[in-house]
Design a protein around this ligand. Structure first.
Ligand SMILES: [Zn+2]
Length: 230
């Protein structure tokens, strides 16, 4: 097998596993939870906004966009401002936001393990900034390893959460920013699985693949056909 084919196969495996992991996180709510009951409740968080090194979007961009994040109380803090004592933190780039269902594992982790243990979360886009020179495949492999903490939630046991400097949220994000055209607006509707810009690699084919696997797996899970192993 050639090196190109090996990389292709490795990427297919990684993208497939990450998409299924996100779906598994979406289905963490027990099936017997009564309709209309929101549990766990959205936790209060401090949101740190990092300036995106690609597009330059920062906390000001984020605040001006009017996008909200699905937490009970949240305030934007500068990238390096001190954290409010006792509040878990979420770090995102200035050009991305999470849909409510994406942060369900965050809410469950805080409820189950407490804000002292489940204290620091970040997006995939932020996590990739740790090693900006990694090739795409190696970057995804790193994200894949970092997201294994979700397994503790899926197992349903008492934990503890694995030690980590920050827990990478296993979810795609969406773009923020004022859309000046229909094409730009449509772009903001497309979820991006590896951060706002890395997802465009290879013409966005891996992002397309991720979203298709996520859609099919979610549909199959709703119909009782898939178990979403993460
Ligand atoms: Zn950006």
């Amino acid at each position: 097998m050639t090196a190109v084919a090996t990389t292709e196969t490795a990427l297919e495996t990684l993208v497939d596993r990450m998409a299924r992991r996100e779906v598994a996180a979406h289905f963490l709510i027990p099936a017997d939870q009564p309709p209309g009951v929101i549990r766990p409740p959205a936790p209060p968080m401090t949101v740190h906004i990092l300036t995106c090194p690609v597009c330059g979007a920062d906390g000001t961009t984020f605040a001006a966009s009017g996008v909200t994040l699905p937490f009970a109380e949240w305030r934007i803090a500068g990238a390096h401002q001190p954290t409010e004592p006792g509040l878990p933190t979420m770090t995102v780039l200035g050009c991305e936001w999470f849909a409510p269902r994406a942060v369900l594992p965050v809410a469950i982790a805080i409820e189950r393990f407490g804000p002292a243990a489940a204290s620091r979360f970040r997006s995939r886009g932020v996590a990739l900034l740790d090693s900006p020179d990694l090739p795409f495949e190696a970057g995804l492999a790193q994200l894949d390893r970092q997201e294994s903490w979700l397994g503790t939630l899926l197992a349903g046991g008492p934990g503890p959460l694995p030690e980590a400097p920050a827990y990478t949220v296993p979810a795609a994000t969406r773009l923020v920013g004022p859309a000046q055209s229909w094409a730009a607006y449509r772009d903001t509707l497309t979820a991006r699985f590896a951060g706002p810009h890395t997802s465009d690699i290879d013409g966005g084919r891996w992002n397309d693949a991720y979203l298709e696997i996520r859609r099919i797996t979610a549909a199959q899970t709703l119909q009782g056909y898939a178990t979403c192993p993460a």
